[in-house]
Design a protein around this ligand. Structure first.
Ligand SMILES: C[S@@+](CC[C@H](N)C(=O)[O-])C[C@H]1O[C@@H](n2cnc3c(N)ncnc32)[C@H](O)[C@@H]1O
Length: 377
């Protein structure tokens, strides 16, 4: 069912306007095709208008209050959240028009179904998307700088982004790591869990806020963990959270580039969603290979993608290409090497960079709708 019936938008163009548009785009206008595209774009523009309302709902705890309190009128939701009723009424109207909450005209109440709460409320749900909305908000904030970088080709470093990006990215990826890292990804690697249980030396490179490092450290108390990232602000945040979690004796975070981090040899090295952000992924992977013990394992987690562009033209590809054009690719172009792998590199290109770095045994050990997990030795 289209978002809006073509019949409803027929007549948007008068015959004169149609002729005028045809002459300005120098092509005849197929009205059916035009109407279908207007309908699609109304849906897309509506999603963008709703996106900022999602962020408000998250910040003010509106979704949480809807879940906890059950069906509510705007007045009830405003009282429960200490907000102003007139604003909340309009917000709920947007959410109902978006299909994010349900509206019952008979009672005047709005309801958040449990299935929708998995997206907006439950931070442990693998389909929580609040971090994704936070990340997209930062793209709008950074747009002027990014637009200029499209002209110059000089890129925009990860560290040059609005500071909100760093926590947003961590929030975006954390639900996936919590859902899959310990339960599926580590068990899919040959002999790694056993080493971690016995006691291994582990490096997590490009660790950001260190969530992946800490999840592994909590699960494997006999192992020692080092987290590295070239962005000092993220390393500070990682140190603070490791300390708060009582992990400081076994988990250390330091500022270091992927091409020269210290402390090897390690039994196990990981990279989560960061190799494609680097200017010299082959150089980084070479250093990683040289920093492994002779029987060590490297696990590389990268965004899920097929090899050919035409096979990535789907909702997940759309999100990743959108983020890649604004964050990942400019981040790589800003670093020495300027490789520009992109966030939709796919198995063939990722296998190629691993091979160029000297890894001989490479396989995709696991995958989810959002991630590819490589084992390389
Ligand atoms: C998309 S974030 C992922 C962070 C973290 N691994 C996670 O999954 O949440 C990419 C990270 O790679 C780091 N990074 C980019 N280039 C780097 C380089 N050359 N050396 C080390 N870290 C790098 C960035 O600072 C950033 O923290």
């Amino acid at each position: 069912m289209p978002f809006i019936q073509v019949s409803e938008i027929k007549g948007v163009f008068s015959p004169e306007q149609k002729a005028e548009t045809a002459s300005s785009v120098q092509a005849p206008i197929n009205e059916t095709k035009l109407n279908a595209f207007v309908g699609k774009m109304l849906g897309d523009v509506g999603a963008v208008a709703s996106a900022v309302n999602v962020i408000v709902g998250d910040r003010l705890g509106l979704y949480r209050a809807l879940l906890d309190g059950g069906p509510q009128t705007p007045q009830q939701l405003a009282e429960r959240t200490g907000t102003y009723e007139r604003n909340i009424r309009e917000w709920l109207a947007n959410q109902a028009a978006s299909g994010y909450v349900e509206f019952d005209p008979a009672s005047g109440q709005f309801n958040l179904p449990a299935e929708h709460a998995a997206i907006f409320v439950d931070e442990n749900s693998p389909v929580n998307m609040c971090g994704l909305f936070d990340t997209l908000q930062t793209l709008f904030i950074d747009e002027p700088v990014l637009t200029e970088s499209f002209r110059s080709g000089r890129g925009v470093g990860w560290d040059q982004h609005n500071t909100a990006l760093f926590a947003a990215t961590n929030r975006f990826f954390t639900p996936s790591y919590k859902a899959h890292l310990l339960a599926e990804w580590l068990p899919a690697l040959t002999g790694v869990e056993e080493k971690l249980r016995t006691g291994a030396r582990v490096a997590d490179v490009g660790a950001g806020y260190g969530t992946s490092t800490q999840l592994m450290a909590q699960a494997f108390p006999n192992s020692q963990f080092a987290g590295f990232d070239y962005h000092a602000g993220s390393v500070e945040a990682a140190k603070r959270s490791a300390q708060a979690a009582g992990l400081s004796s076994r988990v250390h975070f330091d500022v270091a580039s992927a091409t020269d981090f210290p402390g090897g040899p390690y039994d196990f090295i990981t990279c989560f969603d960061c190799i494609h952000d680097m200017g010299d992924p082959v150089g980084a992977l070479e250093h990683i290979r040289r920093s492994l013990t002779s029987d060590g394992t490297f696990m590389m987690v990268e965004p899920a993608a097929k090899d050919r562009l035409e096979d990535n033209l789907n909702p997940v590809g759309r999100i990743f290409y959108g983020i890649s054009s604004f964050i990942c690719t400019p981040a790589s172009l800003a670093q020495e090497g300027a490789y520009g792998l992109g966030a939709q590199a796919g198995v063939a290109r990722l296998t190629d960079v691993l091979g160029k770095a000297g890894f001989e045994k490479i396989r995709v050990a696991a995958q989810t709708p959002f991630h590819l997990v490589f084992e390389a030795r």
